[in-house]
Ligand binder design. Structure first.
Ligand code: RIB
Ligand code: CA
Length: 314
């Protein structure tokens, strides 16, 4: 087997974040070395606790969790997403507390130290929440940020409008100034936005497979998803759920899963209706830009997720 990819997940668990973390832990292609928690779906204290508990559920309390930013760089969020993910962020499911404590280092310090230890260009960082921690890394430890191999971000939307406002996807909207800083930094970013996540629906049949075949982890993951499934049916009338973050992790685990095109992306940072919009410039990009995911084999991506979650039962 090829060398395992050293992986950091920056996350705001979050129901689909939890699935993404479990997917990474079930994937031999990657070596999850650190989780950095960030504000987002719910408050930082809760996202941090949820990250610890998801790792404990999978028997991986050895993975360090460091707490990052409690809020956006500039303007506070008008609201969080407890109505989607549950007040405590995991669909109303109370996971057993982890015996592990938090890594005492702030997230940007833990991330910078890991990057300085690893060979340049080898570490994949997968932010699946607002980009506040990554923007802070760029400002506080630029020499460490420059050593990142690739950033695979779940966020933004090129052609599918928004999911938190008419214009904006949640992770971009939650900290547009951070998103602008990261997408404009020259870092090798792959943007996994609503264009590829919305068509990729995990159906009830897929959930049943890992609920029945994935052991305790599979059963618990299905339980955590329940609220998400009900919300998707009530709000969008679909049979299943869009596990946005799991698709971004699939791209991090198997580079090239998604079809991408290099584009310049401008983020709306005004306080008006367009705040958090990711304007993808479809004209030819001169230099820089980011790889915007435009195509996906949704059936294959769902099968990848389901089969990896089923593997917890073997
Ligand atoms: O828009 C989807 C994103 O917002 C996902 O990361 C989900 O967890 C929420 O944070
Ligand atoms: Ca998330």
């Amino acid at each position: 087997m090829a060398e395992r990819i050293p992986l950091v997940i920056d996350t705001d668990p979050g129901i689909d974040d939890a699935l993404a973390i479990l997917l990474a832990l079930a994937s031999p292609e990657v070596d999850l070395r650190l989780i950095t928690a960030v504000h987002g779906n719910v408050e930082l204290a809760q996202t941090t606790e949820n990250a610890l508990r998801v790792l404990h559920l999978a028997g991986r309390s050895d993975v360090p969790v460091a707490a990052g930013a409690a809020g956006p760089l500039v303007h506070p969020l008008p609201e969080r997403a407890g109505h989607v993910h549950g007040a405590a962020g995991l669909g109303g499911v109370e996971l057993p507390a982890s015996p592990a404590g938090l890594d005492p280092r702030p997230a940007v310090v833990a991330l910078a130290e890991l990057l300085m230890e690893q060979d340049p260009g080898t570490v994949t960082v997968a932010p699946i929440g607002p980009l506040t921690n990554i923007a802070l890394l760029l400002h506080v430890f630029p020499e460490a940020a420059a050593r990142i191999g690739r950033v695979v971000w779940m966020g933004g939307s090129a052609t599918r409008g928004g999911n938190v406002t008419a214009a904006a996807e949640f992770n971009a909207w939650a900290d547009p100034e951070a998103a602008a800083a990261v997408l404009g930094s020259g870092l090798p970013v792959t943007m996994v936005g609503l264009d590829v996540t919305l068509p990729t629906v995990l159906t009830e049949a897929g959930i049943a497979r890992f609920r029945e075949g994935g052991g305790e982890v599979g059963r618990t993951a299905a339980e955590v998803l329940r609220q998400y499934v009900d919300a998707a049916r009530d709000r969008y009338g679909i049979d299943g759920v869009v596990v946005h973050d799991a698709l971004a992790l699939t791209e991090a685990i198997v580079p090239g899963t998604l079809g991408v095109v290099r584009r310049e992306v401008v983020v709306g940072t005004t306080l008006g209706a367009a705040r958090g919009q990711t304007l993808v410039d479809r004209r030819a990009v001169a230099a820089g830009g980011v790889d915007v995911a435009e195509t996906v084999d949704s059936a294959a991506a769902v099968e990848f997720l389901v089969s990896r979650l089923e593997s917890y039962g073997s």
